[in-house]
Ligand binder design. Sequence first.
Ligand SMILES: Cc1cc2nc3c(=O)[nH]c(=O)nc-3n(C[C@H](O)[C@H](O)[C@H](O)COP(=O)(O)O)c2cc1C
Ligand code: SF4
Length: 418
Amino acid sequence: MISNLFTPGVLGPLDLRNRSIRSAAFEGMSPDHLVSDDLIAYHRSVAAGGVGMTTVAYAAVSQSGLSFDHQLWIRQEAVPGMRRLTHAVHREGAAAAIQIGHCGLMAKKSVSGGVCLAPSGKFNLYGPTWPRAMKREEIRSVVTDFGKAVHLAREAGFDAVEVHAGHGYLISQFLSPYTNSRKDDYGGSFENRSRFMLEVIREVTAAAGKELAVVVKMNLRDGFSGGMEMDESVQVASLLEAEGVHGLVLSGGFVSKAPMYVMRGRMPVGVMADSLTKDRWMKPALKYFGNLLMKPEPFSEGYFLEDALQIRKVVNLPLIYVGGLVSLEKIDEVLSRGFEFIQIARALINDPAFINKLKSGEITRSACQHSNYCIAVMYSGKMKCFQHEENLTEKWRNRRTSGDQRTSGPAKTSGQAD
Ligand SMILES: Cc1cc2nc3c(=O)[nH]c(=O)nc-3n(C[C@H](O)[C@H](O)[C@H](O)COP(=O)(O)O)c2cc1C
Ligand code: SF4
């Protein structure tokens, strides 16, 4: 039987050649916050590897929304590079999307223009930052920035924008009762906490016009007690459908509280500490307390599926499943249970040709071991699978040869590091 994965699909105004989308996974390939040749080559390789669409990750809509040195910032100066990227992707037969967002309390002051904005001024240990509660005019200004970013993405030839409303970034910080303790009409009730998201989405859909697809990446759950749960995420999905967005990417987790809920497994904290070359004092803290801060979460294939099915019951728009897809069997199951598209991050970091290899029958499962090494090194600006890394420690070399699949074993405690 031919897999549904390889059949064409419709996402708003877009026809995609198949049901696979490269999920937004931060590349760290944007020195000076501009598109580099490496970024273009990477997305070209993913497009050539067979995906229906590839997504450029985590582009900031304004300087205040930047949290990394090598992060793309959408502005007029960036458009020529963005255009070269979309051309390269289109030449390989895939569509190009760009994820747009604002990091809010995860801002790195040295790149964000000295500011760190959030719904409320609550200390964030994970920055570490002490953000300032946004004034109403700042809220309006960021909403407008989203619209401007969409106009520039259109000018650069993108086919879709993905609004990042999950993972504990600014929109998600407004939605979550954990980070939003405002007393005005942007805080308190669910209606108030979702106001900022709706204002952004209205700005984005107006700017997108008829030819650009608009998808939203949202949380099913924030992943900790006191965060957003399913009772509110079903309402978020319904609100977004009513606004006319073309698809929802269903994820979960919160970078400043439950980061491993997004990817599952455990973070190789030693590798992460070593990659944070500029933040010297953080190295020992991470090595010793990293697994306490980034509590490991058990991995299972398709770990968001049961929660995502709850959303399927309440909306009719196309749903895009993401989270732990590593085999054709699970992809087929997801597509047969009411999801129109699937997104994949790590299996494509492991091998950009994953989709073509599934199609040809060369493989049925990714070699990705969900080790999360690629995330740990992301902070040094070189997103890479450890299986393709040349300079590995002995421990990781052994892991490569042994195919160690440790993913949900007992959590390491402080004092131990990879
Ligand atoms: C290296 C890396 C970077 C990521 N960066 C982002 C990001 O910038 N934006 C985002 O929404 N998700 C990001 N993610 C999460 C992925 O998009 C995806 O939701 C998650 O990895 C689960 O999918 P997977 O099991 O196919 O990897 C990242 C994941 C990885 C592995
Ligand atoms: S480093 Fe490689 S094996 Fe580990 S999660 Fe990333 S892609 Fe998978």
